[in-house]
Design a protein around this ligand. Structure first.
Ligand SMILES: NC(=O)c1ccc[n+]([C@@H]2O[C@H](COP(=O)([O-])OP(=O)(O)OC[C@H]3O[C@@H](n4cnc5c(N)ncnc54)[C@H](OP(=O)(O)O)[C@@H]3O)[C@@H](O)[C@H]2O)c1
Length: 210
C-alpha cells in the first residue's frame, strides 16, 4: 500500500477518515466486503457529501448475497448496508479503460458512463466529475434504475460512446437480471478463482478488472 500510495500520490487513511475527507467519497471494495465496514462509517458526515458505489456483485468472488439473489438491486443493497444514499458510477468501465481512454469533451468516440442514484443533486455532482475525468456522463435516473448497468447487461463494460450506451441501456431487460448476472459470473469465475487463491503475506488484493 505505501508503494501504491506513493505512485498515485495518495495518502492512505482509515475507512472512517476517508468517509470524512471531502465532498465525494468513493467506495471501491469487493461487494461482500461492504458488510465488513464499520456500521457508523457515515455517522455525522454532511448529507451533501456524495457516496459513489463502484461495486459489482459477482457470486464467484463475493459468495452468495441472499438479498441480491432474491431480487434486490445491487446498489440498493449497498446503500442499505451503508445506511446512506449512494450514486452508482464507474462500475461499468474496467480499470484499464478508466486509466487510458479518457478524451476531451466533444472528441469522437468518447466513452460514455451511466450515472444512477439519488438524490438528483448528488447525481449531478457525480456527472460533473465523470465529465471532468474525460468521459461523457449519461443520467440514468434514480438508484432503482441502476440495474440497467449491472454485470452482464447490454451496456456493461463495453466502452460505448453516448448513442450506443443509450441504446444498450434501453435494450436492458429487467426480467433478465439473474440471467445477466449468471452469464457474467460464469465468464469471470476462472479469473476470480485464480485471484482468490491464498496470497503470500503482504501481497495486495489489488486487481485490474471489474
Ligand atoms: N477493477 C476494475 O476494473 C473494476 C471496474 C469496475 C467496477 N469494479 C468493482 O469495484 C469494486 C472494487 O473492485 P477492485 O477491482 O478495486 O477490487 P480489489 O482490487 O479486489 O479491492 C479493492 C480494495 O478493496 C480492499 N478490500 C478488500 N477487502 C476488504 C475488506 N474486507 N475491508 C476493507 N477493504 C477491503 C482492498 O484492500 P487491500 O489492497 O489492502 O487488500 C483493495 O484496496 C468491486 O465491486 C468491483 O467489481 C472494479
Amino acid at each position: 500500500m505505501p508503494h501504491l500510495a506513493e505512485e498515485i500520490r495518495a495518502r492512505p487513511v482509515t475507512a472512517a477518515e476517508a468517509a470524512r475527507t471531502g465532498e465525494i467519497v468513493i467506495v471501491a471494495i469487493p461487494e461482500r466486503a461492504i458488510m465488513d465496514l464499520p456500521k457508523d462509517l457515515f455517522e455525522g458526515v454532511p448529507s451533501d457529501v456524495v457516496v459513489i458505489d463502484t461495486g459489482n456483485y459477482y457470486p464467484a468472488r463475493d459468495h452468495r448475497i441472499a438479498a441480491i439473489d432474491d431480487g434486490q438491486i445491487d446498489s440498493e443493497w449497498v446503500a442499505e448496508q451503508l445506511g446512506r444514499p449512494v450514486v452508482k458510477a464507474f462500475n461499468n468501465i474496467e480499470a484499464a479503460s478508466l486509466l487510458e481512454k479518457s478524451r476531451p469533451e466533444g472528441a469522437a468516440g468518447r466513452i460514455a458512463l451511466p450515472v444512477a442514484g439519488d438524490p438528483p443533486a448528488g447525481r449531478a455532482k457525480l456527472m460533473r466529475l465523470v465529465e471532468n475525468l474525460g468521459f461523457d456522463a449519461v443520467d440514468t435516473g434514480g438508484l432503482a434504475d441502476s440495474w440497467r448497468q449491472q454485470p452482464g447487461t447490454p451496456p456493461y463494460v463495453q466502452d460505448f460512446d453516448e448513442p450506443r450506451l443509450r441504446d444498450a441501456l434501453a435494450a436492458a431487460d429487467r426480467s433478465r437480471i439473474s440471467e445477466y448476472r449468471r452469464a457474467s459470473n460464469e465468464a469471470a469465475s476462472a479469473y476470480f478463482q485464480q485471484r482468490l487463491k491464498p496470497r503470500p503475506p503482504g501481497e495486495s488484493r489489488a486487481s485490474d478488472r471489474g
